[in-house]
Design a protein around this ligand. Structure first.
Ligand SMILES: Nc1ncnc2c1ncn2[C@@H]1O[C@H](COP(=O)(O)OP(=O)(O)OP(=O)(O)O)[C@@H](O)[C@H]1O
Ligand SMILES: [Mg+2]
Length: 236
């Protein structure tokens, strides 16, 4: 810990919609250290996914700067961003985003296939990845043959297969019951202890509180520790 892996300064992102401008990210600044486990909490429409897309290099700042491992993301072209995403970032989503016709193993293998990893190594790394999430025995199962929590584990294994330094999770427990959510959170804590930097987006204060650090976002503005905004969280 200690070294900043992410340095974001005065980041702006707005959308123009029918004459109206929505400031989805309004002057956001944050530093995230390598090895950290950060939770970002905020109500619907507050800018969480917009920020995740930015951190995940799916988007570029309109103004402000984003340095990832010291590299200026705002200056990269689409191909360079794709390479960085592939090497450094594993994505985890609320609805797992697994391909239903592929087995658990094939789902995990897919990003490695796109990355041009040869068959044997691809298979080995994917099995290892499924082992890390406790699902090696279910490698041949289709997503429909797995529970929600197991499907999310497969998605986490897929995110891990490329051995990314950063795991970005957008509401990873949003579709799960509270017991299963807690299990997924334990798994993420284990992965954090193995050295992955984790950024977790959630509506759920009970989940967010278990991270090492928590920031809240409202109307595109970030606040350390959730601040006074916690008063509002009872409504969701
Ligand atoms: N492509 C877009 N075009 C126009 N407005 C957008 C677009 N994407 C997001 N927004 C707006 O930006 C704001 C932030 O959206 P964002 O998806 O980041 O919220 P969120 O915090 O992830 O919400 P949720 O908890 O519902 O997922 C919202 O007001 C949203 O309507
Ligand atoms: Mg969202």
């Amino acid at each position: 810990m200690g070294k900043p892996i992410i340095q974001i300064r005065n980041l702006m992102k707005s959308y123009k919609l029918g004459g109206e401008t929505i400031h989805a990210l309004n002057n956001v600044s944050i530093e995230i250290e390598s090895g950290d486990f950060l939770a970002i909490i905020g109500p619907s429409g507050s800018g969480k996914s917009t920020l995740m897309n930015m951190i995940g290099c799916l988007d570029r700042p309109q103004s402000g700067t984003y340095l990832l491992d010291g590299k200026d993301i705002g200056k990269m072209n689409d191909n360079q961003l794709a390479v960085i995403r592939n090497q450094k970032i594993g994505f985890i989503f609320q609805n797992f985003n697994l391909l239903t016709k592929l087995s658990a193993l094939e789902n995990v293998e897919l990003p490695l296939l796109y990355a041009g990893i040869p068959t044997k190594e691809r298979r080995e790394r994917s099995i290892e990845s499924l082992d890390k999430v406790g699902l090696k025995e279910r490698a041949r199962n289709l997503p429909t043959q797995l529970s929600g929590g197991q499907q999310q584990r497969v998605a986490i294994a897929r995110a891990l297969a490329g051995n990314p330094s950063i795991l970005l999770a957008d509401e990873p427990t949003g579709a799960l019951d509270s017991k299963t959510s807690q299990e997924i959170l334990f798994l993420m804590k284990e992965l954090n202890e193995l050295g992955h930097t984790i950024i977790l987006i959630t509506h759920d204060l009970m989940i967010a509180k278990q991270a090492n650090r928590m920031v809240s976002i409202q109307d595109g503005q970030l606040q350390e520790n959730g601040g006074e905004l916690f008063g509002n969280f009872a409504i969701y």
